[in-house]
Design a protein around this ligand. Sequence first.
Ligand code: 5GP
Length: 313
Amino acid sequence: PAPPQAFLKPHFNYNPATDNLIPCKEAGLAFSKGEILHVVNREDANWWQACKVEGEGTGLIPSQFLEEKRKAFMSKKKKKKIMYLTSKNAEFDRYELQIYEEVTKMPPFQRKTLVLIGAQGVGRRSLKNRLIVMNPLRYGTTVPFTSRPPREEERDGQNYCFVTREQMERDIKDSRYLEHGEYDGNLYGTKIDSIHEVVEAGRTCILDVNPQALKVLKTAEFMPFVVFIAAPELDTLRDMHKAVVDAGLTTKLLTENDLKKTVDESARIRRAYSHYFDLTIVSDNLDKAFDKLQDTVERLFEEPQWVPVSWVY
Ligand code: 5GP
């Protein structure tokens, strides 16, 4: 049986006022996704007693068992959607369908990775590069591997590590890549060993990878702090792009369709992966976004942090 006391991070919002199952609505404790709860009594199969770690409030919350039953019932009603989810990506679902995640408070420590998630074109690359330039002793990143032949000015190990397609295919098969993709007939990807090399040199490794990599990263091996860089409203994004073009900072002109794609992609990533995010920053001003990112990650070195218990025990 689960010990009576635990700190839990819920992966869902709860409002007793709209819950038909709770025997007494006044006794319930409303909470939001991600808010840390201190559970003090788990004797009842259906209702646990809990209080909030930050802010006011004590009351009953639905037990893991009750929420599982509720989810199973709901998924019967929405059978198609769940079947699609589980057949597409079983591993990701296990985390997605997690109800409460047990967490523990750690003294300040350096995260092994800082993961920037977001749609193409929201400025993740430039945020990453700025952080590294500002503090090269604290932050580093990986050099991607590719099977593309080097261009004349390219040096191995600078923008890319160049390898043969056969070598890369073998390593992908052996799960030595965090992620990989094909572009114009060539393979590209980030090797897991490259991340470890940065961490072993004492730095936090900044990664701007696809959200599919999150399920592999969310472990003690990579101890990530995950930041979602959200696209702003379409009008703001259009203005930002115009400013960059007018300043001569890019020659790559984006069409209205490209900009819309960025906004849609951003919304899709938020819907599918928000339970992984430690922080969301709306990229409506790159300087402000950078300040917020830098401020938050610097504070991780000074303040205690809630992390999954599996990272510690
Ligand atoms: P290029 O060959 O012009 O340097 O890069 C072509 C494309 O390869 C980039 O636009 C990018 O989409 C892709 N690419 C570069 N590095 C990586 C990587 O580490 N992983 C994946 N999946 N794609 C990459």
